[in-house]
Design a binder for this molecule. Structure first.
Ligand code: SAM
Length: 292
């Protein structure tokens, strides 16, 4: 464990995505010890720092000024300063500025040290109930409707779930584009994770879109997951004759397009187990909202 932030080092520090208790002890120490904090929005970061009585100076570091600010930060690193980069919330570099500075600092020979913590993506995945299937993460969808639809259509046969960040004012139109490009399929949607109005919804895309349209207003920050295409998944090679429970369960869940009940029946027959026992075990790995 390192106990002191090191001069000439760039720290990439994750901050909470809502609940301030989610900051790590290490993040607090580094933010206190560095000479400078580069922040996407200094006013927002100052509120966080004030909450923890941290007095470190801040420099604004936002996408439009990334190249110029990166040079200034490299100069400070060269003069021996330790610098932290934070974004508005979550982990810098994930649909946030950061990559340019990371690459330049590393190329200039400075240590770049991650200080992990909250990320909307990891937080969402922890409650999305998708198991270890992998996913295609898009960050934000393109703002232009044509580009958005083109990208979504190109993923219509993806064999992994598609995940993206979304803003509340574009949610309905994006979900409409998803329905048109990808067809109806299971969805998990999270809103305001770690905040007072936290909400995780699961179901099928068409029904959820209809429910959301009934709301007068949709507020907050959102993460969306759309299940993989069943037809595309069903062409994946079936498991071998000697497959065990985990292998079979993962295959039925990810590739067969079967309902959980059907999968339980087939696995119970294949492995000569009781159907209810298999059903109970499948409940632990089947995506929320698709249990039938
Ligand atoms: N780098 C950040 C991270 O890893 O958490 C994400 C930055 S991106 C600019 C902001 C987007 O992340 C929001 O528009 C929303 O889609 C998602 N997000 C951030 N906080 C969230 C929260 N508390 N609940 C749900 N989604 C959130």
């Amino acid at each position: 464990m390192r106990n002191k932030s090191v001069s000439g080092t760039l720290y990439i520090v994750a901050t909470p995505i809502g609940n301030l208790e989610d900051i790590t002890l290490r993040a607090l120490r580094v933010l206190r010890e560095v000479a400078l904090i580069a922040a996407e929005d200094t006013r927002r970061t100052r509120k966080l720092l004030n909450h923890f009585a941290i007095k470190t100076p801040c420099l604004s570091y936002y996408r439009e000024k990334e190249a110029q600010r990166a040079e200034e930060i490299i100069t400070r690193l060269g003069a021996g300063a330790a610098v932290a980069l934070v974004s508005d919330a979550g982990t810098p570099g994930i649909a946030d500025p950061g990559a340019l500075l990371v690459n330049r600092a590393r190329a200039a020979g400075f240590a770049v040290v991650p200080i992990p913590g909250a990320s909307a993506l990891a937080t969402f995945l922890s409650v999305a109930g998708q198991g270890a299937v992998g996913h295609v993460f898009l960050g934000f969808l393109p703002a232009r409707s044509g580009e958005r639809s083109k990208l979504l259509r190109s993923l219509s046969t993806a064999t992994r779930p598609i995940i993206f960040y979304e803003s509340p004012h574009r949610l309905l139109v994006s979900l409409g584009d998803c329905l048109a490009a990808l067809g109806n399929r299971p969805i998990v949607l999270a809103r305001e994770l770690t905040k007072i109005h936290e909400e995780v919804m699961a179901g099928d895309l068409a029904a959820l879109l209809a429910r959301l349209k009934e709301r007068q207003v949709i507020k907050g920050e959102l993460v969306v997951l759309l299940a993989a295409n069943n037809a595309a998944r069903s062409v994946v090679k079936a498991p071998s004759a000697g497959a065990d429970f985990s292998e079979l369960a993962a295959w039925y869940r990810d590739n067969s397009g079967s309902s959980m009940k059907d999968a339980a029946r087939k696995i119970a027959t294949d492995l000569d187990l009781s159907r209810s026992q298999v059903y109970q075990r499948l409940l632990e790995i089947w995506p929320q909202g698709t249990v039938k």
